[in-house]
Design a binder for this molecule. Sequence first.
Ligand SMILES: Cc1cc2nc3c(=O)[nH]c(=O)nc-3n(C[C@H](O)[C@H](O)[C@H](O)COP(=O)(O)OP(=O)(O)OC[C@H]3O[C@@H](n4cnc5c(N)ncnc54)[C@H](O)[C@@H]3O)c2cc1C
Length: 436
Amino acid sequence: MLINDLIAVVGLDHCLTDPDLRAGYEVDWTGRYRGQTPAVVRPGSVEELSAVLALCHAAHQPVVVQGGNTGMVGGSVPLAKELLISVARLGNLQVVSPTKLRAGAGATLARVQDAALAAGASFGVDTAARDSATIGGMIATNAGGMNVVRFGPMGDQLLDAGVVLADGEYIPSLRDTRPDHRAFGLIDHLAGSEGVLAVVAHATLAIGTDPPQVAVAMIEVPAGRLQRLIQAVEELPSVYAIELFGAREVELTAAAIGRTAPLTGDWLVLVECRSAEDPAVSLGQVVGELPAVVATNQTAGGELWLFREALTEAVSRLGVPHKFDVRVPHDALNQLRPRVEAAAPGGTVFVWGHAFSNRYGHPTANLHVNVVGRVDDEGVFDVVEDLGGSIAAEHGIGTAKRHRATRARGDLVELREIKDRLDPAGILNPNVLFPV
Ligand SMILES: Cc1cc2nc3c(=O)[nH]c(=O)nc-3n(C[C@H](O)[C@H](O)[C@H](O)COP(=O)(O)OP(=O)(O)OC[C@H]3O[C@@H](n4cnc5c(N)ncnc54)[C@H](O)[C@@H]3O)c2cc1C
């Protein structure tokens, strides 16, 4: 009955019940999370999205929202037989002004970047998942990415959003919500809410202009120098990215992309700087006598970035990795790998990620710890917490970390209250984020 009503809204071609057509939506990017759904519904407009949610709400039908399905924590797949709403067709893009772009929730990051570029601007968030990850999914997870040291995470770029609530009510602008409306203040909680509060339909995002000159350096850093080097790089006004990885990681990507690793050592720090004047000069002063390869144009810089960007896929080719997206303070960076290795005897541990200082000025790093082979997951979480870190950095909590969520996020009590107000029947992403 519900399925027939949904077909009446979106059309037969966009309500997929055939198991072969559903299959790609039912498993996540890592292959670790696999579920089943009665139907994949793909609304083609905000009106259709609103009508779909109204029908699901009336039928008490739980739903999972999916964007690009590149999430790493099992939040985008129907693990408890929820109905799946894919927002991928909501992909409209419009550059509103030199500082503002409006994107449908299903627009991929790459399309947003291209649209900004075509208007002579750029968008601040970048990740290696750019060809598939969508604006809605990136807001829902508050994605960080490579330029987090410069621009902060996705929430910092979010000027406004249009959302559809669980019962189908469409709110075209969260910035223009009456104080007595139940969604008042939702804009401040949307980034990182993992689809439990509302479905993002479209967003207005900040764009800007990048300075013309670029320098990219891969620097070999001994463990004892790492913290000082990161701190010095962070103080450069031109800094755009500080990426960390080690010899094991660069050798893996070198093999995957058919190159020779340019450097090796305890840590490799990939730094990108941009400014009006040649940023290589001040970057060179920070690098000092450390071994480094420096590129001073986009093409040569892109060659160095390849060693970092190919990592996620290169590791996945070794098997289905256990993925830990964790945050640790800079003074614990050197302890992380050996301590995770102790929790993963027989497994191979890969570590890479983004260094920055969080909005309160604490030096921290969002690290993607990948273990191929056997590992004690809880042991890894214990290590991270013992090092003063957090078990959830920029991928969210999803279903994967719910059992430890209370310790990872202090704001969950407030989010629960908002959820109860906006979605009292609890149909939106009912199995993610909140503690079991
Ligand atoms: C190669 C690779 C590299 C990556 N690098 C990074 C990185 O550097 N930094 C980083 O932060 N992440 C990274 N990721 C993880 C992933 O790309 C991000 O989590 C991204 O934000 C997910 O976007 P998505 O559209 O794929 O969302 P999905 O995976 O489809 O969904 C993720 C979550 O958002 C919810 N959601 C999706 N769309 C909406 C919507 N419209 N409204 C409400 N909720 C919604 C889903 O229900 C789910 O809970 C990487 C992934 C890959 C595969």
